[in-house]
Design a protein around this ligand. Structure first.
Ligand SMILES: Cc1cc2nc3c(=O)[nH]c(=O)nc-3n(C[C@H](O)[C@H](O)[C@H](O)COP(=O)(O)OP(=O)(O)OC[C@H]3O[C@@H](n4cnc5c(N)ncnc54)[C@H](O)[C@@H]3O)c2cc1C
Length: 327
């Protein structure tokens, strides 16, 4: 019996290691934006002053780069996680501090996108993608970082028609300049295991009892602010609850699965940016009568960097692609 040869149609039977033309266009557009707007002097200045690049954020929103994976009806561009990874990679390759600040301007919004009500999506996703304000997601507490599944110190207690929140969160991206803080609270203090009693609430900036301050002197990426948020009898309405009561831990894990891919794309871009700069320097600089790149020990190092970056790239885009497949 003759076995007929497989069709050579890309993406149907075989592996297809290439971006679509549309994805390449997005990459080219982001690269052009960064070349034009990410001036080294501005990056150095904002990083030194630990200031968020507000103007660049608004321009990036106009071009559709922020919230590129939000549905169009909520101000997004309707793309997926592969396109979000392209934006993150290109921006962070151009500049680590400006790139990181911009790609994290919509941090945590995935929680609203997947589990929020229609009103929450319309209000908060459109706000961030429309260049009107930054989001923040507050999970980490001073007493626990990785150990979120423990009983949280931040508590939300039912009061009247809403909830009252008390507690402290730390290392929160976009604090103190975010427009709202998606906050993980312990809502059932008896339940075992404790993570079955956690709930997410949206707390708007300016709500009485909410205070946020910036953590200064970070080692790097200082244009992306990181801060502490405290809640002292902060009252929110029942409409502030995101997703299901006592399912906040699971919603937060879904967000972390997605954000880890974006953070990996950020690291990939920063590594590529470092290689670009090292290569440029090695080609320019002369020592001992020849260019650095002609010294074998140096070119070995650069080749090793390029190899590790390529391996990282494959893993990052595979993970983004899997997310887009719903896996
Ligand atoms: C720049 C920046 C921005 C951030 N932004 C946010 C944000 O927006 N929102 C937010 O909620 N949080 C944010 N974080 C907090 C971040 O998620 C935490 O730093 C992270 O969860 C780790 O917590 P930790 O720093 O307390 O480390 P720890 O939990 O104290 O861990 C310390 C070390 O122990 C290891 N470790 C911990 N538990 C185990 C274990 N069971 N087994 C083996 N090893 C273990 C860890 O891998 C790590 O190496 C941010 C942090 C930084 C640095």
């Amino acid at each position: 019996m003759l076995i007929s040869p497989p069709a050579r149609h890309h993406g149907v039977l075989g592996l297809h290691f290439a971006f679509t033309d549309e994805q390449e266009d997005i990459r080219a557009a982001v690269r052009e934006f960064c070349q034009k707007e990410f001036e080294p002097e501005l990056a150095r200045e904002l990083d030194r002053r630990e200031e968020f690049p507000w103007e660049l954020y608004r321009r990036a929103c106009k071009l559709g780069f922020i919230g590129i994976h939000f549905p169009e009806e909520y101000g997004g561009a309707g793309y997926g996680y592969v396109e979000a990874a392209i934006v993150a990679e290109e921006m962070c390759r151009a500049d680590s501090t400006l790139g990181t600040a911009l790609i994290l301007s919509d941090i945590g919004c995935d929680v609203i996108m997947h589990f929020g009500t229609e009103e929450q999506k319309e209000h908060y996703l459109s706000l961030v993608a429309g260049g009107k304000g930054l989001s923040a997601i507050a999970l980490t507490e001073p007493a626990r970082g990785s150990h979120l599944s423990a009983r949280l110190d931040t508590r939300a207690v039912r009061e009247g028609d809403g909830w009252t929140i008390n507690g402290v969160k730390t290392l929160i991206t976009n604090a103190p300049i975010a427009s709202f803080y998606i906050t993980l609270c312990q809502t059932d203090v008896q339940v075992e295991p404790p993570y079955r009693g956690q709930t997410l609430f949206i707390v708007d900036a300016g709500t009485p009892g909410l205070e946020a301050s910036q953590i200064r002197d970070k080692m790097g990426i200082r244009a992306s602010p990181t801060g502490e948020v405290s809640y002292s009898d902060v009252h929110v309405s029942k409409e502030a609850l995101v997703g299901q009561l006592n399912r906040g831990f699971y919603h937060a894990l879904a967000f972390l699965d997605e954000s880890r891919v974006e953070i990996a794309a950020q690291a990939l871009g920063i590594a590529e940016g470092a290689l670009d700069r090292a290569l440029r320097y090695a080609r320019e600089r002369e020592a001992f009568g020849r260019k650095l790149i002609e010294i074998q020990a140096i070119s070995h190092k650069l080749a090793e960097m390029a190899t590790k970056i390529e391996a990282t790239r494959l893993v990052v885009y595979k993970a983004a692609w899997l997310l887009d497949q719903g896996r």
